[in-house]
Design a protein around this ligand. Structure first.
Ligand code: NAD
Length: 255
């Protein structure tokens, strides 16, 4: 996969950033998309480590984009092509988490969650597809264990991630004749800024972390690197006969 171009939405933190680091360490180039210039700069400096005699920075580009807006998705693809000339892999990692009793959900909540978690994936895919078809590339979407089964107080997030899982499977069938594979990962709790903000909201972070970990057969939550490793595998030719998969990375939670 050396020299391949990877476009990662939500690439400036958490799972997306860990995937960027892994792709870079394997000689690929990455376009990291996010909404905050400051976070983008921080992400690029966080990747600024020497590897195999080359600076990561030269191979990573931050592109500002709000994926909840179709025009943001279109511009992101154009900017990636302008910088790198092709797209081999699209990783849709941008996402927002939300818990709320169903009765209290508002239309604004619906729009905010669905526009990032589902619409963003659909439109980024739409605009990247001509390039992915040309490259016979592939897509890895970041769904969730919540995209495979229900979670308490989480109906809107689960609905968005369930949609991501089935969007992935349907697209895999549609794109197979074009040689484009489409898969998703379904992580359980992974320690990233998203999970950290849930833990920080608890009275005791340590007790909340223990309670979270206790429901996992492996008795812990995962790391961004563990989720990224599966993303990189699915994106690689080692997974050349894998398409339409919803790959759990959840310490046995949904086993
Ligand atoms: P994170 O908050 O570090 O990463 C999500 C990224 O998406 C952030 O950088 C955020 O700025 C970006 N983003 C949000 N809205 C955006 C928009 N409109 N346009 C562009 N970027 C936007 O958290 P993470 O855990 O790395 O999350 C990555 C993905 O993994 C998400 O889709 C999340 O739903 C999924 N996931 C996370 C967990 C977990 O426990 N952390 C579990 C299952 C699934």
């Amino acid at each position: 996969m050396k020299d391949r171009i990877i476009l990662i939405s939500g690439g400036t933190s958490g799972i997306g950033l860990a995937a960027a680091r892994l792709f870079l360490s394997r000689g690929m180039k990455v376009a990291l998309a996010g909404r905050s210039e400051a976070k983008g700069r921080a992400a690029i400096s966080a990747l600024d480590t020497r590897h195999a005699g080359e600076m990561f920075r030269e191979k990573a580009k931050y592109i500002m984009a709000d994926v909840s807006q179709p025009e943001g998705c279109e511009r992101l693809v154009k900017d990636t092509i302008a910088r790198f000339g092709r797209i081999d892999v699209l990783v849709n990692s941008a996402g927002v988490y939300f818990e709320q009793p169903a009765e209290d959900l508002t239309e604004e909540d619906y729009t905010r969650v669905m526009d990032v978690n589902l619409k963003g994936i659909m439109f980024l895919t739409k605009y990247a597809l001509p390039y992915l078809k040309e490259a016979k590339g592939n897509i890895v979407n970041v769904s969730s264990d919540a995209g495979l089964r229900g979670n308490y107080l989480c109906s809107l997030y689960c609905a968005s991630k369930g949609a991501v899982t089935l969007y992935t499977k349907s697209l895999a069938i549609e794109l197979a004749p074009h040689g484009v594979r489409v898969n998703c990962v379904c992580p359980g709790d992974i320690l990233t800024p998203m999970t950290e903000s849930q833990l920080q909201a608890a009275i005791s972070r340590e007790e909340a972390l223990q309670a979270m970990a206790s429901v996992y057969p492996l008795q812990r939550i995962g790391t961004a690197e563990e989720a990224a490793a599966v993303i990189a595998f699915l994106a690689s030719s080692a997974a050349s006969f894998v398409t339409g998969a919803a790959w759990s990375v959840d310490g046995g939670l949904t086993a």
